[in-house]
Design a protein around this ligand. Sequence first.
Ligand code: SF4
Ligand code: SF4
Length: 62
Amino acid sequence: MYKINIELCDICCSCSAVCPTDAIFYTEFYAKIEQSKCIDCGKCAILCPVSAIETEEATSAN
Ligand code: SF4
Ligand code: SF4
């Protein structure tokens, strides 16, 4: 599962351009991944210039 660290994200908007499933959207302050659309391809994490996108094991509450 990929997640965006909202403290690192500077909303450069490049991650949504490579997402094959349109899973990334933007709020006023950061980018967010719609988990139901994400297929864990990892493309966004590779290109993020500030390494804000990280994998997270499925240990979170939901
Ligand atoms: S891991 Fe792939 S599918 Fe998921 S948000 Fe990133 S680019 Fe989109
Ligand atoms: S590529 Fe990284 S810094 Fe740019 S909008 Fe996406 S998560 Fe934020």
